[in-house]
Structure formats: C-alpha cells, structure tokens
Design a protein around this ligand. Sequence first.
Ligand code: TPP
Ligand code: MG
Length: 658
Amino acid sequence: MILTRNNDEPINDQKIINQLRGLGIDMIHEAGSGHPGITLDAAPILYTLYAKHLRFDPSHPDFFNRDRFVMSAGHGSALLYACLSMAGFDLSMEDLKAYRHLNSKTPGHPELGKTPGVDMTTGPLGQGIATSVGIAIAEAQLEAKYKNLINFNTYVLCSDGDLEEGVSYEACSLAGTLKLNRLIVLYDSNDTSLDSKTNTSFNENIELRFTSMGWNYLKVNDGEDYEAIDRAITEAKKKDLPTLIEVKTTIGKFSKYEGTNKIHGGDLENDDITSIKEKLKLRDIPFNITNDVLEDFRYMIQERNCDLVSNFLDKFDKLDEDSKNILNPLIKNEYEIDLKKLSYEKPEENYESLRDTSSKVLNSIVSNNEFIMGGSADLFTSTKTYIKDLGDFSSKNYLGKNIFFGVREHAMAAIINGISLVGFRSYASTFLAFSDYMRPAMRIASILNLPVTYIFTHDSISIGSDGATHQPVEQLTSLRAMPNLEVFRPCDANEVIGTYKTIMKKKNGPSVISLSKTKLPILETTSSSGVEKGAYIVKNEQRKLDGIIISSGEEVHQAIEVSKRLNTKGIDVRVVSMPSIKRFLDQEDAYKEEILPVGIKKIVIEAGSSLSWNRLIFNKKYLITLDTFGDSGSRDELYEKYGFDIESLEEKIENLLK
Ligand SMILES: Cc1ncc(C[n+]2csc(CCOP(=O)(O)OP(=O)(O)O)c2C)c(N)n1
Ligand SMILES: [Mg+2]
C-alpha cells in the first residue's frame, strides 16, 4: 500500500463518498438486485468510520487487536464491500462485479470467512447489533486482564429494522448495564423500511430509550454532514458508556425515489442511475473509481494505522513468557480447551442429577482454562451453570466469568456468538423449552460454525409440575434438524462427562447438551468415550438378539429396566444409548451395523417428538415417543399418562417383540 499522496490538494472527502456510492449502486445494478436505499444514504457514515476512525490493517484482515465493524444492517452489503475494496482489502473490481453470485467473495449478505474485512455474518436484522455486545464483552475481559495491549473498539451500523427487533433491546439493555464503552453504534435513522415509512409501526423516542438503558446518546441531524459524523465518533470514543449515534439520513439519497420505501430494495432504473451520477458529479461509467480517490482514502487509513500491527507485536513481546504462551493461541485464532486437568468427583451414593454432574464438569473446565466464559438467562440456580469462585462479569469486574444475561435468551445466544468470534469458548444456559427463544441466534452460530455450547436442562415432561409450557416436546427434534448443530442427550454422569469432552474437543460447530432434571443412577456400562461415536451398547443381549431398544437421556434407564424385565420372560433385548443421532449416523457402516444390525427389530424410547427418529426407524409403531404437549402433574403421573412408565413400556415392547 502507498503512503504517499501524489497530490498537494486537501483531501476531498465528498468526492470519495460519492464514488463509494457510485460503486455500490453499480454493484447492485450489475447483480440486478440489492439494497440501494441504505447504500446511498449510509455511505458518508461508513466512509467516515473507515477513513477517520477504524483501526485496522487491510493487509492483515484478521489482526487480533483490530477494531471490529459489524454491519448489522446486512442488506447494506454492497456499500460494505465497496468500502472494503476501496479501503484496500483484497477485494478486486472483479469481486465487486460478482456481487451476489455463487462462489463470489461478495455474497448477498455479509458472511464471515468469505470476504476479507467482514467481521460478522449478518442479514437477519437485530443479530449483528446483539452479537456486537458479545464482542465488546470479550474485549472488556481481555482488556481488564491485558491492559494496554488489547483495546479494540466495536462499531456497528444498524438500521431501523435492527432497533425494531426485540433482540437489540435485550442486548443493548445489558450493554448499558455493563457499561461497555468500547461499543459504538451508528444508527442509520432514515424513518423508512421495506414496506413503508416507519411511523406505521415504530415511533418511540430512541434517545430516551437508549439513555434510559444507560447509554450515551448523540445525534447527527444531517447524514450528509460527514464532519459532524466524525465529531460524534470522536466524542463517543471518549465516553465511559456505550454510545448510540443517531444519524438522520434520507433513504436512497439522490435517487428519484429518495425518502420513500420504493428505494429500499431492488435494482435501479437506468435513468435513475444516470441522474444520481449526475448529481454526484460522477462520470456515467460503471465501476469507475479514480486513482486520486483510492490514494486519498488509503492514505488516511494507512497514516492512522501504519504502526498498528507492529506496535501490538512490540507490546506483546514485552509480556512475560507465561502470558505470551497463554495469549498466543487466542490471537492466532487457535485457542483450544485443555481437558487434561478435568476433574470430577463421583458422589458416594452413585446417583446424581445430570445438571449436578454438568455443574461439576463445567466448573472444572472453566476454572482450568483461561478463555472460556458464559452464563445463564436468569436460571443459574436451576441449570447449575454458575462457576464458583470466579466472579460475576459486571461493570465493576470485567474479569468475572459468570454473565448474568437476565431473562433474555435471544440476546444471550447472540452474545455468546460475539464472545466466540473473539476466540473464546462460550456457553449459554436455560431450560430446553426456552431454547426456542434463542433459535435465530443459534442458527447464525450454526451458519458460522462457531464452537459455542448450549446447556439446556429440564429436558422432558419428566420435570413434572411446571406444566406443558415448561415441558419440551419438539425442541430436541427441531434442534437436531439444524445443520452443523450437534445435539447430545447424555443419560448419566459418565455420559455427561463424555459429552463435555466431545464438545470441548471440537474446533468448530455449536453443540447442545440436553440434561434431565431427575436424579439418576450412574451406570456401570456407560462410558465417556461411547458418547463420541453417538451411540453404543449399554446393555448387551444375553444369547440371542430378539430386539434392540434405542434410547437417549433419562429414558435410557427405563429402557434398561424394561429389558431386564423382558429377559425374565425369555425376551432377549439389547439397549443402545444414543446421546447423538447425528454422530452415530456419521460413523462408518461397520460400526453402525455392529450396534444396530439389520434385520433386528428396533424400538425407540424418547419422551420427545417422533420425527427425530425417522432416519433410523420408519414404522411409527416402533417409536415410543411423544407428539403432544405435556401437562401439569408429578413425573410419575405424567409418565403414566403418556405411556413412559415401566409397566406401559414393558407391555408395549413385549407386544412388539413377540
Ligand atoms: C429478521 C429479519 N426480518 C426481515 C428481514 C427482511 N428485511 C430486510 S431489510 C428490511 C427493512 C428494514 O428497514 P430498515 O432496517 O430501516 O432498512 P432500510 O430500509 O432503511 O435500509 C427487512 C424487513 C430481515 N432481513 N431480517
Ligand atoms: Mg430504515
């Protein structure tokens, strides 16, 4: 990159902004689709941020201590790519011309990993801004620990839709409580969305909303006034609170449809492009960026950032050896959990509720590893995911490991994505029934293949008296349907340990650990290693194989009991514990045949929807599952009502195997 300018004139910011706009709309026109509204109105915001503030080095896009930028309004992708390309990232004109094409570096909405300079996958409104809170949390913890070394800001561009989505409120409320002052959100406030002006549905006072959440609020009255945007960002950086900068803009500025929802999305008409370019004093040639503009834009970036990486490395070199060794994998994005010190104390009585086992294992993992943190959506007490002696993450203690998310499952899931993006391992916990509240952010984690962990307890009707609303039925199935997400449902302490080991060894991909609330015996035949293959035999047949019961979680214990009873009647049954259907199906055929030989009758017991099991068993009569909502009552009463008591199971299975 060039540090010199071949020009003595003052830098012409407006000219750069206009060419950025022109490039964005050319990309949209070339692709035949996109979002010209935001591209035209938010160009001065993005330009000001990249040219005057953002600390980054385009030749080291993954540099650890770079400022993060999250384009929460992911539909503004054309503007973002145009800006990244002009800023000097490895993104050519050809890449920009391939906008929205298959295998391009410029997908329809920003996707982390496909485009240098993109820090987060966005598109579903609300996710980006909520995730950025997680990024800021991880940064705050690192900064508290490694003062003067790690100190990056997290910037967000959000739109009306982002603030309409509830998850932004959840996450920003927590960010205010936590005083995450390195979080700076620029709000493209154009009073317009896809269908209409926003006054049809969105009329709250944003200033009051954000100040009441403990944010610093700044306003730029004219979105064209890049100097005012510049001043606002400068001021935001000095504050000890997170800042929202509301920038009043006109959607589709300079288009014949400016100020209306007509320009939000879609292609631009040829005459409109011509007239926009005329107003912007651009030549009517597509993808035409002048050398002086590129030079000036990159000059400003490099002048500010030329020492960024080397300064960091100098400081890093001065750390003591221990700190270097600890930090090194994190900053190289290669951090892994060390399981060597994993400890677990088995209870004398040999019975344990799985959440208690989980609590011991998680405590051991978090206590012995530097970069892992998480928390609960106000259910630490029930999910038992609180880490003892490691403190609470708060504005007074950024070193604390326990995050009190409040009753905000959706934000919790988005926030642990952000923490994970910084390179930490992260986890979230609540009841399995409430995983539905987290799903949109879990989907993003799955698309991103982030190794986040969801700890869901109270995982079936067996919880009893809380009733149908709290008893998950279809959740396991719906989670199992999500690509990249692995669901584990261990049956006892040994399998809980195995599940944690399996999950923590993974480098990619989110995982669910689903835990029952019931106190359960720790079996002799279960194994930690069995979990890794998804399924294995926990009770062998004695001589001849009459049938196989496949089960997961708590119901494995019923399966074993039933098989023992059937044995006394001369029916020889094997029991297979299947904590992960997906893992099992991914094993080699020989292993699958060994565990579930073809030609033998197989019956499933799981107190959840039948749909999960159709990949293994086609005939519904062999599926002892639950396809209705639960009820309020004791565990025993519910088991009897829904046919999961030992007697009903025995009778059903005996009839099936006769
Ligand atoms: C969760 C979610 N719902 C719906 C959409 C579809 N969508 C994309 S942009 C948009 C309109 C948003 O308006 P605004 O955020 O103000 O953006 P602007 O029109 O100002 O560019 C909608 C509904 C989406 N991307 N994500
Ligand atoms: Mg809008």
